[in-house]
Design a protein around this ligand. Structure first.
Ligand code: ZN
Length: 181
C-alpha cells in the first residue's frame, strides 16, 4: 500500500528537493501545502518531527498527516514551477540575507544581484568567515547564476536549494555568536 507521501505526490513531478530546517529527528508528520493551482495536488509536502510540526509559520499547510515514509525532519518535496520556487527562496531567506527583492529585479536577475551582494560580503569579512558557510553559499550561488544564464532554471533552483540549507549554518553561527558565554 502506498504511503501518504506517495499518494499525495502521485501525478506530480518533483521540481525541487529542499531541507528547510537543521534537525536530526525523524519526521512523524507530513504537512501538506496549499493547492498548486496548475494541476491536482499540493504545491509542496513537508516532513516534520513533533517539535517542528508545532512551528514553521512560513510554511503554512492546509492539512497534516501521520508520516510513514521515515524521512528526516525538514525534508520538503516541492512541486512548484521554477518561477514560484525563485519567489519562495527570496521570501524565506534570500531577501533576508542579501536585501535583494525579486519584484525589483524580476526572475533570474534576483540571482545575479544576490550573487553580487554575497561576493561583496565575502570580500568584506572574508577572514572572519574563513572556512565558514558563506564561501559555500557564494559558490552555489555562482552555479545557480551560471545555470540561469544558460537558460536552465531547473538546475538553478537545485543549486539554490543547497544554498538555502547552507544559509541555515550561517544563521546558527550568528545565533551562536549572540549566545551568552
Ligand atoms: Zn525537527
Amino acid at each position: 500500500m502506498p504511503s501518504v507521501g506517495q499518494q499525495l505526490s502521485a501525478h506530480r513531478s518533483l521540481t525541487a528537493l529542499r531541507t528547510i530546517v537543521r534537525c536530526r529527528a525523524k519526521a512523524s508528520a507530513l504537512r501538506e501545502g496549499p493547492a498548486a493551482g496548475d494541476g491536482p495536488g499540493a504545491a509542496w509536502l513537508a516532513f516534520l518531527c513533533p517539535a517542528h510540526s508545532e512551528g514553521l509559520p512560513e510554511w503554512p499547510g492546509t492539512a497534516s498527516h501521520d508520516d510513514s515514509d521515515w524521512m528526516p525532519c525538514g525534508t520538503v518535496l516541492d512541486f512548484r514551477p521554477t518561477e514560484q520556487l525563485l519567489q519562495s527562496h527570496a521570501d524565506l531567506w534570500l531577501t533576508a540575507l542579501t536585501g535583494v527583492r525579486p519584484e525589483r529585479y524580476g526572475g533570474v536577475w534576483v540571482l545575479e544581484e544576490g550573487d553580487r551582494v554575497l561576493r561583496e560580503r565575502l570580500e568584506e569579512d572574508g577572514d572572519s568567515d574563513e572556512g565558514g558557510p558563506l564561501q559555500g553559499i557564494v559558490t552555489m550561488m555562482w552555479l545557480a547564476c551560471r545555470s540561469a544564464a544558460e537558460g536552465d532554471l531547473m538546475q538553478a533552483v537545485t543549486a539554490l536549494a543547497y544554498c538555502e540549507t547552507l544559509a541555515q549554518g550561517l544563521e546558527s553561527r550568528r545565533d551562536g555568536d549572540l549566545a551568552p558565554q
